[in-house]
Design a protein around this ligand. Structure first.
Ligand code: GTP
Length: 344
C-alpha cells in the first residue's frame, strides 16, 4: 500500500440500505456491544466516524442508509480518496434488489475516479437462514452483481463477498479478511507464522488484535472454523479474566506494561492444547496444538514463541521507521477506539 495511504489512516466505509446492520457491526466488533443490544440501536442520521488506534491506525465510517453520497452537496473525493475498503452491507433476510442496484451503481460511479477501491460485500444477517438458503442467497448476490457489472463493461471488478452475522464469529472473520488486505507486512507475518507452526507442531496460529478480536494474520494453512472458534473464544476468556483481576483496560499507559507477559494455555481431555501469548499491547498470538505430547513440550513451544515475538517486534520496528510512526504494532497510542461523528 502506498505510504501516504497509511499515513492518512486507511478508512473502512460501511454502506448499504437502512437497517441492513451497519451500526450493529461497528458496535459489536469495535465497541464490544452484545449482539442482542443492537435491537435498540437507533437509525444513524449522521456519518459516524470511529478512529481505531490499535496495531494499525484506521478509521471506520458508518454511513446512514438513506444518504445519496453522489449528490452534489457531498465531496466524493473527501469521502472516497484514501479509503482502504468499501464494505457494502446487504440484509439477507429482506428483499435486497434495491440494495444490489445501489451497490452496482456505486461501483460503476467509483470505477472512473477510484478504480482501485476494494469493495467487500457483506451478505449479512445470515444467522436465521438454513445452510441451503444461505448458500442460495450468496450465489444469487454474486451472480447478479457480477452480471450487472459485466453488462456495464467491468470484467474483473475488485469485489469480494462474505456471509456475515453479528451472532457468530463470521463478522469477525470477514472483517479480519478485509483488514488483512490493508496490512503491508502481511506476507512477512504469514511466513513467520508458517515457520512457527511447522517448528512447533501447531495446527493453526492466529495473531489477534486484542480489543477487536479481528485477526490480523494467520499461517497459510486452510482456515478451520472449529479451531478459529476455539482461538477466538480463548482470547475472549483471557481478556475478560485479566480485565477482572489485573488492571483497568481503559488506562492506556498501564496496558502495555501489564499485558506484556500475559500467557495462558489449556489442555483438553483429548490432549489438544490451546496456547495464548501476548506479543505486545495490541497483538496476541493464539494457537492450537493437536498433539497429546504438547503439554510435555511446553518449554520448546515457549522458546519458539519467544523467538517469533522477537521477529514480530523487528517487523513492526522496521515498518515504524518507514512510516514515521503510523503502524502501531508496538509503541505509542491508546488501544481504545476513539469515536466522533460528522454532521452531514
Ligand atoms: N438477525 C440479525 N439481526 C441483525 C444483525 N445485524 C444487525 N441486526 C439487526 O438489524 C437492525 C438494524 O441494525 P442497524 O445496525 O441499526 O442498521 P443500520 O444499517 O445501521 O441502519 P441505519 O442506521 O438506518 O442506516 C437491528 O435491529 C439489529 O439488531 C445480524 O447479524 N443478524
Amino acid at each position: 500500500m502506498a505510504k501516504n495511504t497509511r499515513q492518512a489512516k486507511p478508512r473502512l466505509l460501511l454502506m448499504g440500505q437502512r437497517r441492513s446492520g451497519k451500526s450493529s457491526i461497528t458496535s459489536v466488533v469495535f465497541h464490544k456491544m452484545e449482539p442482542q443490544e443492537t435491537l435498540f440501536l437507533e437509525s444513524t442520521t449522521r456519518i459516524q466516524k470511529d478512529i481505531m488506534n490499535s496495531f494499525m491506525d484506521f478509521q471506520v465510517w458508518d454511513f446512514p442508509g438513506q444518504l445519496d453520497y453522489f449528490d452534489s452537496t457531498f465531496d466524493t473525493t473527501q469521502i472516497f480518496a484514501d479509503i482502504g475498503a468499501l464494505i457494502w452491507v446487504i440484509d439477507a433476510q429482506d428483499e435486497y434488489s434495491d440494495s444490489l442496484a445501489r451497490l452496482t451503481t456505486t461501483i460503476i460511479n467509483l470505477q472512473n475516479t477510484f478504480p482501485h477501491i476494494n469493495v467487500e460485500v457483506f451478505v449479512h444477517k445470515t444467522d436465521s437462514l438454513n445452510e441451503d438458503f444461505r448458500s442460495d442467497i450468496f450465489q444469487d448476490v454474486v451472480q447478479r452483481v457480477g452480471d450487472d457489472l459485466n453488462d456495464a463493461g467491468y470484467i474483473n471488478p475488485n469485489v469480494s463477498y462474505h456471509l456475515t452475522s453479528i451472532y457468530d464469529s463470521s463478522i469477525f472473520e470477514a472483517l479480519s479478511s478485509v483488514i488483512q488486505k490493508l496490512i503491508p507486512e502481511l506476507d512477512v507475518l504469514q511466513n513467520l507464522l508458517d515457520t512457527l507452526i511447522n517448528n512447533s507442531g501447531m495446527t493453526k496460529a492466529y495473531l489477534f488484535d486484542i480489543l477487536s478480536k479481528i485477526y490480523v494474520a494467520s499461517d497459510t494453512r486452510p482456515v478451520d472454523s472449529d479451531i478459529y472458534e476455539i482461538c477466538a473464544n480463548y482470547i475472549d476468556l483471557t481478556v475478560d479474566f485479566t480485565d477482572l483481576y489485573n488492571y483497568p483496560r481503559d488506562d492506556p499507559k498501564s496496558l502495555g506494561e501489564q499485558m506484556e507477559e500475559v500467557e495462558s494455555s489449556m489442555t483438553f481431555e483429548d490432549g489438544k492444547m490451546v496456547y495464548l501469548k501476548e506479543m505486545n499491547k495490541h497483538l496476541c498470538l493464539v494457537t492450537v496444538i493437536q498433539n497429546k505430547e504438547a503439554k510435555d513440550k511446553k518449554g520448546l513451544i515457549d522458546y519458539n514463541v519467544h523467538i517469533f515475538q522477537d521477529a514480530l517486534k523487528a517487523v513492526f520496528e522496521r515498518a515504524w521507521e518507514k512510516t514515521g510512526g503510523e503502524v502501531t504494532g508496538e509503541g505509542q497510542s491508546s488501544a481504545r477506539p476513539e469515536q466522533n461523528s460528522l454532521e452531514t
